[in-house]
Design a protein around this ligand. Structure first.
Ligand code: SUG
Length: 446
């Protein structure tokens, strides 16, 4: 049965801003207080989606979340009317207030870990929503993410949905940003590669010293258990803690895999040799590791350009394209490595470059913006057709963005009392465009 890899890209939400909320994510910290342009951000994302659709790749759209998250503010003790809640939160803690306005759900690689039916014990596609427990602004995403995923992949014949793991550091889970599936061809059984930053229940095990490790081994193991993955087809490897301390807050900032190719930096893993050996053994013949030495690209340059936060896509006519952000081309050494890569005669033979500056300034590159879901024909037929990109849907979404999005979001603009209602109006219309049904809390009183 023909299967395809679908990329579901996060549609950037109307409150996109730079609040410096993610400690350990260097771009997020450095750009705190910069003026964002939500309209441009959303259109940059839509341009990437359209270009990839036009090239024949399967492309979907993942809806943004309702912000501000008034229910969370009420849970934290802010009371009264909606306006009173927002005013009190902004007065008492701009960190809390801004967190409830983040558009961070755009990075859908962090929405969930997905195992295709070819790998799972019960032959269904399994989704585990990520708890994103390390950062408050991201930890409030999972309830809506779960509803949106169920609206995208409805019913339990083909799809199994798992709730977020307990939200505590020992089970910190950042979804597909630390997970890769290898297989000879899309749709065939393969190996799932889980990369963790720390061992939650072992305080003496290696861990980063400066920045948090967001993904725990225990979280990755729990996901493999509930998805019904066999140990012969799972590999668990620890991320290099020194790399995390240099700003590699997710494995997808330093490695990316697709089919039987792993493209990674030399310093991605704590035990490079053992990790490579286990992958080679379990993935079998044809598995290729394309590794970039630190002497060519430093970890700092990898973090600065997001060379490895790329998408690898099997082209309909053969060969693999690498989707990179413009920042890779702006950096002479990284650009040269990219040119060598596509000219090397290896599996990756074309570079596609996109301007994703608005997302990049918050530490989100092409790979962060997409959640991969492998679907066979029956699963694709069971997927909500409203979220699959078509030329008409692309045009409708660009029009929707043009009518509802601001072109400027400075820190002070987050205080605008009109903003919550504007977001609701926009998202209400979006649920109809994407045929999602009721996935948002809404309920504004003012
Ligand atoms: O979780 N940035 C996100 C970026 C996520 C990138 N995703 C992957 N690598 N898969 C994060 O750190 C910044 C928000 C702010 O500072 O306003 C933010 O949440």
């Amino acid at each position: 049965m023909t299967a395809h890899e679908y990329n579901f890209d996060g549609l950037v939400g109307p409150t996109h801003n730079y609040s410096g909320l993610s400690f350990g994510n260097i771009a997020s910290t450095q750009n705190q207080g910069a003026v964002a342009n939500p309209r441009e951000a959303a259109l940059q994302g839509l341009a990437k989606m359209k270009a990839l659709m036009d090239l024949g790749f399967k492309q979907g759209v993942f809806a943004p979340q309702q912000r501000p998250d008034l229910a969370t503010l009420r849970r934290l003790g802010f009371g009264g009317s909606d306006r009173a809640v927002l005013e009190a939160a902004a007065r008492e803690s701009r960190a809390i207030f801004n967190s409830t306005l983040s558009a961070s759900s755009m990075w859908t690689a962090n929405a969930a870990t997905v195992s295709p039916s070819a790998n799972t014990a019960d032959g269904r596609v399994h989704f585990s929503v990520a708890n994103l427990a390390q950062n408050f602004h991201r930890s409030i995403e999972h309830p809506t993410t779960a509803r949106v995923l169920r609206a995208m992949f409805p019913g339990d014949t083909h799809f199994a949905h798992h709730a977020a793991l307990p939200a505590t550091p020992a089970f910190g889970d950042e979804g597909a940003a630390n997970h890769t599936r290898f297989c000879p061809v899309i749709g065939a059984p393969g190996v799932e590669f889980f990369v963790y930053g720390c061992v939650g229940f072992d305080g003496r095990a290696p861990r980063p010293q400066k920045y948090p490790a967001r993904q725990s081994l225990e979280a990755s193991q729990a996901i493999a258990r509930r998805h019904g993955l066999s140990s012969a087809r799972s590999v668990f490897a620890q991320q290099n803690p020194d790399a995390i301390d240099q700003g590699v807050f997710h494995n997808d900032v330093i490695a990316v895999g697709h089919r039987n190719v792993l493209f990674c930096h030399e310093q991605a893993f704590l035990d490079r040799a053992a990790t490579h050996a286990e992958l080679r053994e379990k993935c079998g013949d044809g598995f290729t590791i394309v590794e970039v030495p630190a002497a060519r690209v430093s970890v700092a340059d990898a973090v600065g350009t997001y060379l490895f936060n790329s998408q690898l896509l099997s082209k309909p006519g053969g060969g693999i394209a690498i989707v990179v952000p413009q920042e890779c081309r702006n950096h002479p050494r990284v650009s040269a490595v990219l040119d060598e890569l596509v000219a090397s005669g290896g599996p990756i033979d074309q570079a596609l470059v996109f301007d994703l500056r608005q997302s990049m300034m918050n530490g989100g590159g092409p790979a962060c913006l997409r959640l991969r879901v492998e679907l066979n024909a029956a699963e694709a037929a069971a997927t909500n057709p409203g979220v699959i990109l078509t030329p008409a849907l692309h045009a409708a979404l660009c029009d929707w963005v043009g009518r509802h999005y601001r072109d400027r979001m400075a820190d002070a603009d987050l205080l605008d009392p009109e903003l919550p209602a504007q977001v609701c109006t926009a998202l209400d219309e979006l649920t109809r465009i994407l045929q999602l049904g009721s996935v948002y809390p809404f309920q504004l009183d003012a």
